[in-house]
Design a protein around this ligand. Sequence first.
Ligand SMILES: CC(C)(COP(=O)(O)OP(=O)(O)OC[C@H]1O[C@@H](n2cnc3c(N)ncnc32)[C@H](O)[C@@H]1OP(=O)(O)O)[C@@H](O)C(=O)NCCC(=O)NCCS
Length: 159
Amino acid sequence: MTDLVLPSETNPLNNLFGGELLARMDRAASIAARRHSRRIVVTASVNHVAFNRAVPLGSVVTVEAAVSRAFSTSMEVFIDVWMEDRFSGERTKANEAIYTFVAVDDTGIPTAVPKIEAETELEKQRFAAALRRKQLSLVLAGKMKPKEATELRALFMEE
Ligand SMILES: CC(C)(COP(=O)(O)OP(=O)(O)OC[C@H]1O[C@@H](n2cnc3c(N)ncnc32)[C@H](O)[C@@H]1OP(=O)(O)O)[C@@H](O)C(=O)NCCC(=O)NCCS
């Protein structure tokens, strides 16, 4: 999803307002989750957001979203945000985020989603770490007991 940064979308430093970027990321991620599941999808959680670089007024911003892992009814979506240099056209990574979406039926009940096959090295890394991020998100939301988060606990037990 590529779009410009307009004056109404900036903060007093003339950089892209964080909430505007969150909304753009949510839109792009929901399209990725919907294309994967072919279902209505809702944002269940925002697991990680890093605003590493300010995005100045007038920038051309590209938000790329891809499902990194599908569980039973939920999908983890990775979002990479790029900005384009006005003169050279070179793309620089500005931000990244990880969202969780849940596929639901017409009444809002979670419904099954197809599995995903990781192909590239990056996809495989993101796929492998997705389960512990899901467990962390559920623990923080009070939906899972820390002792049940086996994959997450294993991370801290490594030598
Ligand atoms: C997201 C929602 C559908 C989950 O409903 P629920 O009753 O908690 O359903 P479940 O407990 O069966 O969870 C469904 C899936 O979501 C996952 N999930 C729920 N909360 C989560 C969280 N905080 N982090 C990560 N995953 C979460 C569960 O692990 C489960 O995944 P799985 O089936 O792949 O294993 C429900 O909470 C909802 O509709 N929320 C509002 C969504 C919304 O309006 N979003 C826009 C915000 S403005």
